[in-house]
Design a protein around this ligand. Structure first.
Ligand code: PEP
Length: 256
């Protein structure tokens, strides 16, 4: 099934408010609104307000944040709650990015709580899953994806599962310049849909938007998007440059 392609920019700890506004000024001049695809920017949270202002007449480009706390409020210095992210006007939240899991120790259960907090305030989560190189080499790809997905899906009402977008991000391909082959991506995306089917239902599995992330660039997005079950890209490094992200967002589009 060909789905509406989805391109997400994860800026990580780059592009403060001034740089975010400068990015949009350039990006908007080269990427015209397209009704046939979804584009969402995930800046550092301090840049959400600047992006909202810069994107005021570009409602085709969504805004999200890279993480929220698993509790709705409380004494958690330095953290953001899903509710305050909603108040700030962002629409999307990444949950379970591998840098949160590996650098900050986010567990599967915390990721599940985060996804629930995000859904409670009607924001849209992108649930990130993926195996390390060690896990892949040990033949544990399917077991890892199953564990990460089930930890979240088993905590959701079935009606909520449809609100999730997924990103398969092999840890060994993130920021390394090493991309999974289209076949690797197709294999992992099929595993992911299989777990959604057995945990939720077949319709949710078929309808799920599943992004690939890991060293996506203008030169490889075309072949990744052509792989079975790949609906778009979650892009780190190559999303920092407006020209390169605009080229990625235009992948698969007919020349006009
Ligand atoms: C990411 O941060 O989600 C990512 C995929 O990074 P990169 O594109 O730089 O590998």
């Amino acid at each position: 099934m060909i789905k509406r392609p989805f391109f997400a920019a994860n800026w990580k700890m780059h592009h403060g408010p001034a740089d975010a506004a400068a990015f949009v000024a350039k990006f908007a001049s080269i990427y015209a609104p397209r009704a046939d695809r979804t584009v969402v920017l995930f800046p550092p949270a301090v840049s959400v307000a600047a992006l909202r202002e810069a994107l005021a007449d570009r409602t085709d480009v969504g805004i999200g944040v890279q993480d929220v706390h698993e509790e709705a409020s409380g004494a958690h210095t330095g953290s953001l709650s899903a509710g305050m992210v909603a108040q700030a006007g962002a629409g999307w939240v990444l949950a379970g990015h591998s840098e949160r899991r590996h650098e900050f120790g986010d567990t599967d259960d915390q990721v599940a709580e985060k996804v629930n907090r995000v859904l409670e305030v009607d924001l849209r989560p992108i649930l990130c899953v993926g195996e390390t190189l060690e896990e892949r080499v040990a033949g544990r790809l399917e077991a890892v994806l199953r564990r990460q997905l089930k930890a979240v899906l088993t905590t959701l009402a079935h009606s909520d599962a449809g609100a999730l977008t997924y990103a398969y991000e092999p840890v060994w391909a993130i920021g390394t310049g090493r991309t999974a082959s289209p076949e690797d991506a197709a294999e992992a995306h099929a595993i992911l849909r299989g777990v959604i089917e057995e945990t939720v239902n077949a319709a949710s599995a078929a309808e799920a938007t599943v992004l690939y992330g890991g060293s996506v660039k203008p030169s490889n997005i075309g072949e990744l998007l052509a792989a079975e079950g790949v609906d778009g890209g979650l892009v780190g490094g190559a999303s920092l440059d407006p020209e390169s992200f605009a080229a990625i967002c235009s992948a698969g589009a007919e020349e006009t």
